[in-house]
Design a protein around this ligand. Structure first.
Ligand code: GLN
Length: 257
């Protein structure tokens, strides 16, 4: 019996109806199941357009990816309804995962191919510029270095994200485009908030990242040690999927060296 039996974590899913591309819901399913296998109850709640966000209500936050049109609607709601509370939750070290369009809107701004520039929440010192519909999108499999390991997945974005002077990338690109196909950086990290272009969904093939978020959330809610009580799982299948992707992309040796 794991020491985490009986714990609970509250997960807030921002804009599930607008930002839900490329199976991003798989991240929620992965977090729920990896908590359940340890006796931790994951209490899920959508936080929709127009709904106020209570910055103290959640132990984990997730925001997925979306088309420019949906991002326009979400950017307005963030500006008017949720941005202040979201920044408060981030500054209070709430672990959060923002994928693609959600990542772009947690930065300073997103300039889409058409239409007005979208103001971001300003969590990440970064900005995104779409190079126009005639410029090929960043599409395909991706592998990056992360915490002496690797992360794998799929990316599909037209926007190119650039990090500010002090911004910390999630990792270095080993295969694929990453933030902008130029500086070989992918994603951005600020406090316990992770932004990334990696869809897939991200967490099923990257169990170490899923557990990293779960540990952060447990420690923040139940104190130091709660994270250490998280027992390892039998992730043979997950790592078989992960390493076969690395092999397929020809980055296995370089990545694991
Ligand atoms: N619409 C944004 C772009 O094209 C984000 C795409 C996404 O979330 N997959 O860059």
């Amino acid at each position: 019996m794991s020491d985490t039996t009986g714990f609970e974590l509250r997960l807030g899913h921002l804009y599930p109806d607008q930002l839900n591309m490329y199976g991003d819901r798989g991240n929620i399913i992965t977090l729920r199941q990896r908590c359940a296998w340890r006796g931790v109850a994951l209490r899920y709640a959508p936080v929709d357009i127009g709904q106020k966000l209570d910055p103290k209500a959640f132990d984990l936050l997730f925001i997925g990816g979306g088309q420019d049109k949906e991002q326009d609607e979400v950017a307005r709601d963030l500006r008017v309804v949720k941005a202040g509370a979201l920044r408060e939750a981030v500054e209070d070290d709430t672990p959060a995962l923002a994928v693609c369009g959600g990542y772009q809107l947690l930065a300073r701004f997103y300039r889409p191919a058409e239409g007005p520039e979208l103001e971001g929440v300003g969590v990440f010192d970064a900005w995104t510029i779409h190079k126009g519909k005639s410029v090929p999108r960043c599409i395909g499999n991706i592998a990056i270095s992360w915490n002496d390991s690797t992360l794998v997945g799929f990316e599909n974005h037209g926007g190119r994200t650039y990090l500010g002077q002090g911004a910390r990338p999630l990792g270095r690109v080993l295969y694929g485009h990453g933030n902008n196909s130029e500086d070989h950086l992918e994603g951005c990290v600020y406090r316990n908030t992770i932004g990334t272009y990696i869809h897939g969904s991200l967490l099923p093939k990257n169990p170490h990242l899923a557990d990293y978020l779960i540990r952060l959330a447990l420690e923040r809610r139940y104190g130091i040690g709660a994270g250490d009580a998280v027992i390892p799982l039998d992730d043979k299948e997950e790592w078989r999927a992960h390493t076969s992707m690395l092999r397929r992309l020809g980055v296995a040796q370089r990545a694991l060296a």
